[in-house]
Design a protein around this ligand. Structure first.
Ligand SMILES: [Fe+2]
Length: 214
């Protein structure tokens, strides 16, 4: 039975092996443009153009960080589908876009996911329900997985680390709406709620992330 997750200050850096290889990547030219697009207003033919719209989640505030917890493992396999044939649980697809703070989609952003299985257990010996992937040129990602089970002390959640090429790592978690334990889990943050719909083949969840990239 997994133990409750405890905050462990200073635990983060030693686990960033997956991200370490990514950190050497050059920042794409699109990300190095001076100044946030939302702050630029370009004159054209004597009038001002509308500034770049805010990010689709309603603001361009960076996604808040959350504790890593005790179950992260470095060197997860690169894969967008964490399921295996016959894996118990409700199928779940998580998709979204990774943005910069100026609402530009980030190409080749790393997302490293890990989560509990249907019974609320983490695989601490192998890599079941662990995997990393990269966004496409439009900043998009799609994760195929199952709805994580509950375990003592926590509401339902998925862990993820994100990193824009050459930038610092964001460690956070995502949450499910209408979960009774959202009211009692002190880590729960409504800013990290996914929009979840149910269909004949499982659930679809959507969440966008905003990284601290100009
Ligand atoms: Fe967890």
């Amino acid at each position: 039975m997994p133990e409750d997750e405890q905050e462990t200050s200073g635990i983060s850096r030693k686990h960033f092996i997956v991200a370490a290889g990514v950190g050497a990547l050059a920042v794409p030219a699109a990300l190095s443009a001076a100044g946030p697009a939302s702050a630029r207003v370009r004159p054209e033919a004597g009038r001002l153009l509308t500034p770049t719209p805010k990010c689709t989640d309603g603001d361009s505030t960076a996604t808040p960080s959350q504790m890593e917890g005790p179950y992260f493992k470095p060197n997860s396999p690169e894969r967008a589908d964490l399921t295996t044939p016959g894996m118990p649980g409700t199928k779940l697809t998580v998709s979204g876009i990774v943005y910069s703070q100026s609402c530009k989609p980030i190409n080749r952003a790393l997302l490293d996911f890990w989560q509990a299985d249907n019974n609320g257990n983490y695989d601490n010996t192998g890599f079941t329900l662990r995997g990393h992937q990269y966004t496409d040129a439009q900043g998009r990602f799609t994760l195929t997985t199952i709805v994580p089970g509950l375990y003592p002390g926590r509401t339902r959640h998925i862990h993820v680390k994100l990193q824009a090429p050459g930038r610092s790592i964001l460690t956070t978690q995502t949450y499910f709406p209408n979960e009774p334990r959202n009211q009692t889990d002190s880590l729960y943050d409504p800013r990290l709620l996914m929009k979840v719909t149910s269909g004949p083949n499982g659930r679809d969840a959507v969440i966008d992330f905003v990284l601290r990239v100009p």
